[in-house]
Design a protein around this ligand. Structure first.
Ligand SMILES: Nc1ncnc2c1ncn2[C@@H]1O[C@H](COP(=O)(O)OP(=O)(O)OP(=O)(O)O)[C@@H](O)[C@H]1O
Length: 772
């Protein structure tokens, strides 16, 4: 922490044309090389000039780039290095505060130059510090946000999101003193910031137009927050480091009243009408001055919104610069002297400047130290929190560190997301505010126009009246002149007459004439007074007309400016909408393309897979085919084997058939032989019969004998027939048996033939398959 005094620069503006016309003389002498200002009281020439020394002193010839190089640029460099900065402009109304802070388009002041430089420098740092390749990739990024508020009558209003909501100041260890709920817009370019400056300025200016006299009593604070993120990526981990800072650019209310109060320490009794904030600022500065002298006093930061807002800038952690704007005209001598005294006091204030440390980084560092301590303890052989406690603690701490690291990036993304989301609402609010302001200004315009009309009407009536009075005046005047010359003539007549009745009568007439002339003279005087009154009235009307017409011009200017702004906002909104639409469409298109690509890839993948599968299948098929071929070959071989076997079998069958045929033939031969035998037997029987008939009797006798014998010995008659029947029966049996055998052989033969046919067919099929 380094104790640094608040820097003070004074800047004197050139004499205005009006002041030159009025013949104003300069009461200031600026000595830039010595950073000194000499102020003379031209009304009291005996008073010695007063000399003030500051850090910088700029005369009326000073140019904006020089002021920026001296004051703005170093502040920006410090802010980029993590040190907060504040510039506040102080001075009476019309002394050049806005000129120095804002300037004009063709001659930009501190704020626009700083904005321009800010992005350039951030880019340079980004390029310079980011690196790719090697063991570690370093990516540097900046997030720049802007906010713009106004303090009027102790009420803080958001100039970038003018929804009428009152804001409040809060304090936290992480954020320091901050405006709660203020709209912080993430800016991508200096033109983004300048757009916000213009928008906020318009809201403020318009409000000021409506407030008229109150305009110089509001303070504005434009804040740029810088967040620098450094990502260091190695194979194992990503380390995130944040560096934050802010620059407050404060345009204070006109100091004409405050210089007579707070800064000089006198008690302010002008009540609520006087700006409480400026008065409190003076008191705080006085108290800080006392502290710088070694005294112990209370610093009443909480007495006003402005002092609370500037708490860190005055006596706190900020590199602060005050620009005291001065008017050179002698009629402003006392105000200018007041400003110089104020600036002298501010110069005594000491701040304690320190680089902002990333709160999370601090926590991480502490945690790392904790881990180191635990390790050291472990190495010494000490136990921490029981067995394994140190390991658990160190794991827990490492987890916390990881969480904190991740938290930083999440916060970063979240802020950008929220700012984008807020932008739409902000543009709407801004449009509504500017719209309502435009309506208000339109009303003002209408009022001014009505006033002009009424004044013109009054003037016309006045002119008519003047004409009548003038006519009357002229009549009265000529009457009076006529009466006077008549009186003179009567006087001559009267002087020529001697005493007597005629003289008395002339005298009487002369007295009447004089009376009438006197009356006319009175009337003439009255008419003249009326005429002069009417002339005065007319002059007043003319003055008022000039004033109202000037007002009308201002109002019309404001109206057109804000209308332009509103149109711009609307255009931007539309452009944003279109961009968003394009983005969404683009996204959609990209999604479709992605989908297409995916499908293509999938298709390709599928095709490849299919091809692969097909290949596999082919291989498998080939395998199967060759397997099948082998199988079929085997089958064929088998069938061939079968065929051979079958042929053999067929041959065997054929042989069998042949043998059976032979057997049949044999059997047939046998049958024939038996038939022949039978025939022979029959013939034998016939022969025997014939032979028997001859010997029948003998035979019958013999038979009889035999029968008798048989009767004795059991032999029946008809023995011979029985024998024949038996022979026949045996023969028939044998014949039928042979026939049955024959039939069986035939059936077998038929069966064998069918089998042969079937086998032949099988052989043919197998041979066919084998060839296929
Ligand atoms: N250094 C300068 N060079 C040229 N013109 C200047 C300079 N400083 C101020 N002026 C002119 O003086 C006039 C008043 O300046 P400016 O509006 O900046 O005063 P102010 O202090 O901001 O007033 P207020 O408190 O009313 O806002 C303006 O017309 C401005 O153009």
């Amino acid at each position: 922490m380094v104790a640094t005094g608040v820097k003070v620069a004074v800047r004197c503006r050139p004499m205005s044309k009006r002041e030159e016309q009025l013949g104003s003389k300069t009461c200031l002498e600026i000595l830039p090389e010595k950073a000194q200002v000499k102020i003379m009281d031209l009304k009291n020439e005996n008073d010695d000039p007063k000399l003030f020394t500051f850090d910088h002193a700029y005369g009326s010839e000073s140019v904006q780039p020089q002021v920026y190089t001296d004051l703005g640029s170093p502040l920006l460099e410090r802010a980029l290095d993590g040190i907060n900065g504040t510039i506040f402009a102080y001075g009476q109304t019309g002394s050049g505060k806005t000129w120095t802070m804002m300037g004009i388009e063709s001659d930009p002041g501190l704020i626009p130059q700083l904005n321009m430089d800010l992005f350039k420098r951030a880019d340079e740092i980004k390029q310079g510090e980011s690196k790719e390749g090697g063991d570690c990739t370093v990516t540097v990024d900046f997030m720049l946000t802007a906010s713009y508020i106004e303090i009027y009558n102790e009420v803080i209003m958001d100039l970038l999101n003018p929804g009428g909501k009152k804001l409040d100041i809060r304090e936290s260890p992480e954020k320091g003193v901050y405006v709660q709920g203020v709209c912080e817009v993430v800016c991508q370019s200096s033109s983004d910031i300048m757009k916000l400056v213009k928008q906020g300025g318009a809201v403020r200016r318009v409000a000021a137009t409506q407030m008229n006299q109150e305009s110089s009593r509001s303070h504005s604070c434009f804040t740029i927050k810088m967040e620098k993120r450094t990502l260091e990526k190695t194979d194992e981990k990503t380390k995130t480091t944040m560096l934050t800072s802010k620059i407050n650019l404060v345009d204070l209310a006109g100091s004409e009243r405050a210089s007579k109060t707070g800064a000089t320490g006198s008690t302010l009794k002008e009540g609520a009408a006087i700006n409480k904030s400026l008065m409190a600022l003076g008191t705080v500065i006085n108290a800080l001055g006392e502290i710088a002298k070694g005294k112990s006093v209370h610093i009443p930061y909480r007495d006003s919104k402005l002092t609370r807002l500037l708490q860190e800038s005055l006596g706190g952690n900020s590199s602060t610069l005050m620009i005291a704007a001065l008017s050179p005209a002698d009629y402003n001598h006392s105000e200018t002297l007041g400003t110089l005294n104020y600036a002298k006091r501010v110069k005594l204030v000491e701040n304690k400047v320190e680089k902002n440390e990333d709160v999370k980084e601090k926590e991480i560092r502490q945690l790392k130290e904790e881990i180191e301590a635990l390790r050291a303890q472990l190495q010494k052989g000490g136990s921490v929190g029981g067995s394994g406690g140190a390991i658990v603690d160190s794991e827990e701490t490492a987890r916390k560190i990881k969480e904190l690291e991740e938290g930083k990036n999440l916060e970063w993304e979240e802020k950008q997301r929220l700012s984008r989301e807020l932008e739409e609402e902000r543009a709407k609010n801004m449009n509504v505010a500017i719209g309502s302001v435009i309506d208000g200004v339109k009303e003002e315009k209408m009022k001014a126009m009505k006033r002009i009309k009424k004044l013109q009407h009054d003037k016309k009536k006045n002119d008519e009246k003047s004409k009548k009075v003038k006519d009357l005046y002229h009549t009265l005047k000529s009457d009076l002149e006529g009466g006077m010359s008549k009186y003179k003539e009567m006087q001559v007549v009267f002087d020529g007459l001697g005493d007597g009745d005629e003289k008395d009568s002339v005298e009487e007439k002369m007295a009447e004439l004089l009376d009438s002339v006197e009356r006319k003279r009175t009337k003439l005087i009255e008419a003249k007074a009326a005429l002069s009154e009417l002339k005065k009235k007319n002059e007043k009307i003319d003055e008022e007309l000039i004033e109202v017409r000037a007002e009308l011009v201002t109002v019309a200017g404001v109206l057109s400016q804000n209308d332009d702004l509103r149109k711009k906002i609307e255009e931007e909104e539309r452009a944003k909408f279109d961009a968003l639409k394009d983005e969404l469409l683009g996204e959609e298109r990209a999604k479709i393309e992605e989908e297409k690509e995916k499908i293509k890839a999938q298709h390709k993948g599928n095709r490849l897979e299919l091809i692969k599968k097909m290949g596999k299948l082919k291989v498998e098929m080939n395998k199967e085919k060759s397997g099948k071929e082998v199988f079929l070959q085997n089958q064929v071989d088998m069938l061939e084997g079968d065929k051979v076997k079958m042929r053999a079998e067929i041959d065997k069958l054929k042989e069998e058939i042949d043998s059976k045929d032979d057997k049949i033939a044999e059997a047939e031969v046998q049958v024939d032989e038996q038939a022949e035998e039978l025939q022979a037997l029959r013939e034998e029987i016939d022969r025997l019969r014939k032979q028997g008939e001859g010997t029948r009797e003998e035979l019958s006798n013999s038979l009889k004998r035999e029968s008798e014998w048989l009767d004795n010995d059991g032999v029946e008659d008809g023995e011979e027939n029985k024998l024949v029947s038996l022979l026949m029966e045996g023969f028939n049996k044998e014949r039928e048996g042979m026939k049955a055998k024959n039939d069986e052989l035939k059936t077998l033969l038929r069966q064998a033939l069918v089998d042969v046919l079937y086998l032949n067919k099988c052989v043919a099929v197998l041979e066919g398959r084998g060839e296929g």
